[in-house]
Design a protein around this ligand. Structure first.
Ligand SMILES: [Zn+2]
Length: 697
């Protein structure tokens, strides 16, 4: 320690504490570079030599194993800055202080704060006072040099990597299914089960055209997919697990499976919070892409084709369902309908009508983008029915072929899956055998090892039994899928396309697939009629016209027959009685409902039918008031007389209000003392709501 160093340390510094900052960038350095760690801790002695009591030298070593490129993740460095900023630190100790913060911004910030709070800095070369201009200049230079050194190191490293990558010789981690041989050449994994699983994945995708369907197919057949462990103690080992959607995408997007070397597909970018994000570059910006560098599972054109299909599939989720693979949902022409007015693809919208989901074909893309009304919307149920009929009448030979193909494909698919599952059993058997041999080889006196190996053997045997059971179960299930009965049914269906088409058990998705095998697209135009221009695969075309289906309110209209019936019945019945009569005859409203009073009232009002009171008045019937005046009797007497059959009345509503028949030329007269029951002129009519009834009150 020189005198100059001691001169810089003043009492004001010694009153505050000393902070020793220890760090190693990687965990590996923490373990292996113990020399450097020792040197860092030795600085504490120098702090003590400068006059700080040992108990006041605080060690900050929480950042060990963190890279120095950014301060964001390093809690220790943050704490150091905070302590300095609060003026608690008299001196900061660190090995090659300029490396305290590799990132120059962090470094300058620390220097600034040290200058403001009059904090010294010490490294192996000496003591600096950042408040002093010359010292600050020196420290700043050291920081810049350190940054430059890092940059040079990195670019040299990267330059080497890049030139190797351009030649396609860079040894990079390989995806599962590909391995390096002893000469460093990429070859297919010699494990047949791994190979076969990857082939199965590519085959399934080729068949279904969708990553999701590929996953479903694997899961339905209970097939596992291999994965290689990348890190940790089991690094490099092979594991088997269920196939996931992202993994299918990963495999399909990886050019290495097509035998191509690539590099620089991702761009790394540092976010303000210090985390790294990855961004996919478009293919033309990749640093290197060399097709046919090594053997692969698919050809390069096949890879390109897969990318295109994935893109199509992704687009069909977005603004336009163009060329989408058949999905669930009843719309037959989903992804095939074109707008005959503007030429864009029509989307499908579903709505529920009378409890059934029916599709509408809608051209709304332009409308959505420009905020204008939609181009055209066509009710789809009629169109789908017409398309089905068209196929049934014109497609029989093709249909036969399709159905046969489907059947063949089903069979071969099951065979493939069976072979793969059998390999799973074989693997389990091999592993059990291996465990047995290991157990037999060990010295039986070596109890600990023997016990472990025995347990391992037992476990492997259990796994083998499980695999075997699983295999048998699935095999039985597959056999059930294509049992004799079913096989006969499929064969029958193959020769009978209409039945296959109409069979309610045939999923709509399969119908759509069949349609797709035959049709290129269908152009829809709605004018006076709906016109369908159907283009078949192979260039043939056909046009159909359909009437525009009735609108919803038209469908809800009451039939003319019911209206006429109500009109007829109103002459003799109240609305309540009419409802009962109509229901008894099994008639229903336009909405398919049973009638009630208010419905009959609404229908007769809407159709301008003459009301029942009006009809009775037109027939010359009198109100109670009128007949009372005409006969010179009290209102109450009218009721009384009607009840005893002296007068006849007809109900005009369901509350029992009525109008009275004209009493005629010889009206009943008041006769004191003679019993009303003896004077009855009209027979008593039994109360019957459905026949014409007399007024009851
Ligand atoms: Zn349009």
């Amino acid at each position: 320690m020189n005198a100059e160093a001691h001169q810089k340390v003043r009492a004001s510094h010694l009153q505050r504490d000393a902070y020793l900052y220890v760090r190693q960038s990687t965990m590996r350095q923490v373990f292996e570079n113990t020399e450097s760690t020792k040197r860092q801790y030795a600085l504490r002695e120098r702090g003590v030599a400068l006059g700080w009591p040992v108990e006041r030298v605080h060690v900050i070593d929480s950042d060990q194993g963190q890279s120095g490129a950014s301060a964001a993740d390093r809690a220790g460095f943050q704490r150091l800055v905070a302590e300095v900023g609060m003026g608690k630190a008299g001196i900061v100790l660190g090995l090659e202080v300029s490396r305290l913060a590799r990132n120059s911004t962090d470094w300058h910030r620390l220097l600034e704060i040290c200058a403001l709070t009059d904090t010294l800095i010490l490294d192996e070369d000496g003591v600096y006072n950042p408040a002093d201009f010359n010292d600050r200049l020196l420290l700043g230079l050291k920081g810049t040099m350190s940054e430059a050194e890092l940059h040079v190191l990195r670019s040299r490293l990267r330059g080497g990597i890049l030139s190797q990558a351009r030649r396609g010789e860079l040894r990079s981690p390989l995806p599962v299914g590909l391995v390096y041989d002893s000469h460093g050449q990429v070859i297919l994994d010699p494990d047949q089960q791994v190979q076969e699983s990857l082939r199965q994945l590519f085959r399934t995708f080729q068949r279904t055209g969708s990553a999701r369907a590929t996953v479903q197919s694997f899961r339905a057949a209970r097939l596992l997919f291999p994965r290689r462990v990348r890190t940790g103690p089991h690094r490099g080992e092979l594991c088997w697990g269920p196939l996931g959607h992202w993994r299918v995408l990963q495999v399909l997007h990886n050019p290495r499976y097509a035998g191509a070397f690539f590099f620089g597909r991702l761009r790394t970018r540092q976010r303000p919070d210090g985390k790294i994000t990855y961004e996919k570059r478009p293919r033309e910006q990749w640093l290197s892409l060399l097709p046919d560098t090594h053997p692969g599972y698919i050809s390069w054109p096949q890879y390109e084709e897969n990318q295109k299909r994935l893109l199509d599939s992704a687009q069909s989720h977005g603004q336009d369902r163009r060329k989408s693979p058949p999905r669930e949902g009843p719309a037959l022409l989903q992804g095939l309908a074109l707008c005959g007015v503007c030429g864009t693809r029509m989307t499908v919208r579903y709505h529920t009508r009378r409890g059934e989901v029916s599709p509408d074909y809608v051209c709304q893309r332009q409308g959505i983008e420009t905020g204008s009304p939609i181009c055209q919307a066509i009710y789809g149920a009629g169109i789908d029915a017409a398309m089905g009929a068209l196929l049934l009448e014109s497609m029989t030979p093709v249909a036969l072929e399709v159905a046969l193909q489907v059947q063949q494909e089903l069979q071969s698919r099951l065979d493939e899956a069976d072979r793969l599952r059998h390999q799973q059993v074989e693997r389990a058997r091999y592993e059990a055998e291996l465990a047995r041999r290991r157990y037999l080889q060990v010295d039986p006196d070596h109890r600990l090892v023997a016990d472990t190996l025995e347990a391992d053997w037992n476990e492997k045997l259990r796994a083998l039994t499980d695999a075997q059971e699983q295999y048998e179960k699935q095999r039985a299930a597959d056999a059930a899928v294509l049992g004799d009965e079913q096989r006969a049914r499929i064969l029958a269906l193959a020769t009978d396309f209409p039945r296959l088409w109409r069979d309610p058990k045939t999923p709509q998705r399969e119908r759509k697939r069949m349609l797709r095998l035959m049709l290129e697209d269908v152009t829809l135009i709605k004018a006076e009629q709906i016109t369908l221009h159907v283009r078949f695969k192979g260039g043939a075309s056909q046009s159909l016209t359909l009437p525009i289906p009735p609108r919803a309110w038209q469908l809800r209209q009451t039939s003319a027959q019911v209206v006429a019936e109500i009109d007829r019945l109103l002459d003799h019945h109240t609305t309540g009685e009419i409802a009962t009569l109509l229901n008894r005859r099994g008639l229903v409203s336009g909405e398919g409902k049973r009638f009630n009073v208010s419905m009959v009232q609404r229908i007769s009002r809407d159709h301008g039918l003459k009301s029942r009171p009006q009809r009775l008045r037109d027939a010359g019937l009198l109100t109670r008031q009128e007949i009372a005046e005409r006969l010179g009797i009290a209102l109450q007497t009218v009721k009384h007389w009607r009840a005893h059959g002296l007068l006849r009345a007809h109900a005009y509503n369901d509350k029992g209000e009525c109008l009275y028949e004209h009493p005629g030329d010889t009206p009943p007269l008041k006769k004191q003392g003679s019993k009303l029951s003896k004077r009855r002129r009209f027979p008593e009519v039994p109360s019957n709501r459905t026949e014409e009834v007399q007024c009851e009150t």
